[in-house]
Design a protein around this ligand. Structure first.
Ligand code: NCD
Ligand code: ZN
Length: 334
């Protein structure tokens, strides 16, 4: 059996730079028409100039008609003039990492008031705010960091009612409820958070390739995320958060957070939606709701998936993909 799905949008993607970028870009450009490119590279993307150079680097790799939607990281040093320049250069969003919450976020912010001038300008410029929604307070227990962040989200949503805010890669029932509450807030959901709970990370033997931030939570959180994703509520759309790290950076002490799911993105989403919603809202989830929230035209192309067992390779260029060694029920065919 073959099914046609939209070649849509991955609204949260890490591509890195140099060799890793070269290795991973084709997985996304072959399955999605556009992707929102995260700025937490080393060094980070902080200015219009950085974003333009990064976009040029991405476009070098024969990505066809793939469109990278560029972001800059908003830090204490981001001025309103920098926001204006970024907007002029085609940057669609500013990403905020609370300090120390995830990969390359040492330069993140501790006090949100410090970025209010930048946020005000983003609101003026109709640039989106993308939030890594976890508390930076190291005293907060890791499973509670998303929930504790929700009061900051409430402040931001109230103080900037015209600013479109995306709470990224949500993992909890509480986050789903908060997103529904604020008119100017939407959320991305990853495929791995629709599948995993904390048990899949540390419940049996330790599984570093299922370790990401925010960490997968409880079965009831996963259930609520699935309901949000398949419900056809336009506030919830796909952001894969594919985050490649070399195998040796994952399989070690102090292993990095991040799941490399780009190779399996559409087959996995098809499998999940087939199981829980009979495909009804898959196209909206990957090509309508995100585009609408970002104010972009919806993509038109489709891509064909075959219902055919696909054993996921163990590695791609030294990077272990999500579901490595497992068999998926769908595969992309040209
Ligand atoms: C991401 C990365 O590796 O860049 N890691 C992750 O666990 N999701 C950063 C992020 O989105 O938190
Ligand atoms: Zn991410």
């Amino acid at each position: 059996m073959k099914i046609a799905v939209k070649k849509g949008d991955d609204m949260h993607l890490h591509l890195r730079r140099g060799q890793i970028l070269r290795s991973v870009i084709g997985f996304t450009s072959s399955q999605f028409k556009r992707a929102v490119i995260m700025p937490n590279t080393g060094p980070p993307i902080l200015t219009a100039k950085d974003a333009v150079a990064y976009r040029d680097e991405i476009m070098q790799y024969q990505v066809g008609d793939f469109q990278p939607l560029m972001t800059i990281q908003v830090t204490d040093c981001t001025t309103p003039a920098m926001i204006e320049e970024a907007k002029e250069a085609g940057v669609v969003a500013g990403k905020v990492y609370p300090q120390g919450v995830t990969t390359n976020s040492q330069n993140g912010i501790a006090n949100f008031k410090a970025i209010y001038p930048a946020l005000r300008e983003m609101q003026n410029q109709q640039m989106l705010l993308l939030l890594h929604g976890e508390s930076p307070d190291p005293e907060v227990f890791c499973l509670d960091r998303e929930e504790v962040f929700l009061s900051t989200l409430a402040n931001l949503a109230g103080d900037f009612p015209e600013l479109k805010i995306v709470l990224e890669h949500i993992t909890t029932e509480k986050a789903v409820l908060a997103v529904k509450k604020f008119e100017n807030v939407a959320a991305t959901i990853t495929a791995h958070h629709l599948l995993l709970t904390l048990d899949d990370v540390i419940g049996n033997l330790i599984s570093p390739h299922n370790f990401c931030k925010p960490i997968a939570k409880r079965p009831e959180d996963r259930w609520t995320l699935r309901q949000a994703a398949i419900s056809g509520n336009p506030k919830f759309f796909y952001g894969g958060d594919s985050a490649p790290h070399a195998k040796e950076m994952k399989e070690c002490s102090n292993g990095c957070a991040g799941i490399f799911n780009a190779p399996v993105a559409l087959p996995l989403l098809a499998q999940i939606f087939a199981k829980y919603s009979g495909f009804s809202f898959l196209n909206d989830f990957i090509s309508k709701f995100g585009a609408d929230f970002y104010g972009l035209p919806q993509t038109k192309e489709t891509i064909i998936l075959a219902e055919k067992d696909w054993p996921v390779p163990n590695e791609y260029d030294g990077i272990v993909p999500f579901m490595a060694g497992k068999t998926l029920r769908y595969q992309v065919i040209d």
